[in-house]
Ligand binder design. Structure first.
Ligand code: F0G
Length: 378
């Protein structure tokens, strides 16, 4: 009897019994998922009220964002159906993931991005991974409209989150959280843009809660397993979504014409998963709120400085919003809270450097000068 765990092969392998994976399917994977659930010890202590805050750091997926979860499933299905090309509109991360999985599958990727409003790292990813990058003189919502029309005109698979296979893949993040904690969190906080991810998490938490006590193996285990085993869990978290103030259709109650925010990943005025997201928020007794760009940047910096976690601005909104809601008394004392940090900070070096202006000391290449500079700051 072997006690050595198998090599981790990605989330379609690990959760295949809960996903539309069929026998013999060629799985297109970069070993995505299995991201860390980092206890934010300093921020939890400082927030008080006996809360425990965890960050699901999705920036540690292969292309640096949660999109890989959805893309492994969507591209696997597209290839299974014989598709030769995929297309998406994107604020950046979807395009990076689509390009990567298409490259791996050997199919073409066409990505539509808003001109001048995409973080540098994301653009670099789509370019080097061989996607056909189309910059449109418009925003994400324009791109989404065009992509839907294109798919009617050409044999090409849309891999935006309107593709139901995307949400299937993304729901596994909720499975991992419950498996890791051994229970569902009391609250789950998440950035909302096109609103696919909040919908996917709700599906995941709901599916796990519906099978109680759960008996299925985690899909990864054989006889021994280095990963947490599935927990018995019949509860679901309160779902809390956060949007950028200039791009907050859920807070306004309808589409926003010209969305604007420093958090370009969620610069979206007309979310495609509108009804699914409202269902998640309402069924869970949750809410959606907005943060200003200033609050978003402050949260990004706080996470980096106090916890050593560098996520992109759009991701930090989940922790920034949560800390504000704890202060406002909206979170029950003693709660376990998980926050999704959707993308890595390295995606957007420009914003990080601008935020940290003045943090680099310029001094002569001289030991005494360096000594003085360091000793002054000890
Ligand atoms: N955070 C990041 C870093 C994102 O890239 C996105 C969406 C979201 C949050 C919001 O997730 O759309 O499921 O509500 N980015 C998409 C893209 C739109 O094109 O990369 P959502």
């Amino acid at each position: 009897m072997s006690t050595r765990p198998r090599h981790y092969l990605g989330l379609l392998d690990r959760y295949r019994d809960r996903l539309p994976v069929t026998p013999g399917m060629r799985i297109i994977s970069l070993c995505e998922g299995n991201t860390p659930l980092i206890p934010l010890e300093n921020l939890s202590r400082e927030a008080g009220h006996d809360v425990k805050i965890y960050a699901k750091f999705e920036g540690l997926n292969p292309t640096g964002s949660f999109k890989d979860r959805g893309m492994t499933m969507a591209v696997t299905q597209a290839v299974h159906e014989g598709t030769k090309a995929v297309i998406c509109a994107s604020t950046g991360n979807t395009s990076a993931a689509a390009a990567a999985y298409a490259a791996r599958a050997g199919v073409r990727a066409f990505v539509l991005i808003p001109e001048g409003k995409i973080a540098l790292g994301k653009l670099a990813q789509a370019m080097i991974q061989g996607a056909v990058v189309v910059q449109i003189e418009g925003n994400f919502d324009d791109g989404m409209r065009i992509v839907k029309e294109m798919a009617d005109a050409a044999p090409i698979a849309i891999v935006n989150s309107i593709n139901p296979y995307r949400l299937q893949g993304q729901k596994t993040a909720a499975f991992e959280i419950v498996d890791e904690l051994g229970r569902a969190p009391d609250y789950h906080c998440i950035p909302v843009g096109n609103a696919g991810n909040i919908s996917a998490y709700w599906t995941g938490f709901s599916e796990y809660a519906a099978v109680s006590p759960r008996t299925a193996a985690c899909g990864f285990c054989t006889d021994a397993c280095a990963f947490p085993h599935p927990a018995v869990c019949d509860t679901r978290p309160v779902m809390v979504g956060y949007q950028a103030a200039g791009s907050a259709p859920f807070v306004r109650g309808g589409p926003v014409e010209n969305p604007e925010t420093i958090a370009t990943a969620i610069r979206i005025g007309n979310p495609q998963s509108w009804h699914l997201a409202w269902a998640a928020v309402n069924e869970s007794g949750g809410w959606v709120d907005e943060l200003t760009d200033e609050e978003i940047l402050k949260a990004q910096k706080l996470l980096a400085e106090r916890e050593g976690v560098f996520c992109e601005p759009a991701s930090a909104i989940s922790v920034g919003g949560l800390l504000r809601d704890i202060k406002a008394g909206k979170i029950k004392p003693g709660s376990v809270i998980t926050c999704t940090l959707t993308g890595h900070g390295l995606k957007d070096p420009d914003t990080a450097i601008k935020q940290s202006d003045g943090a680099v000391l310029r001094i002569p290449a001289d030991t005494d000068a360096v000594k003085r500079a360091i000793l002054d700051r000890m």
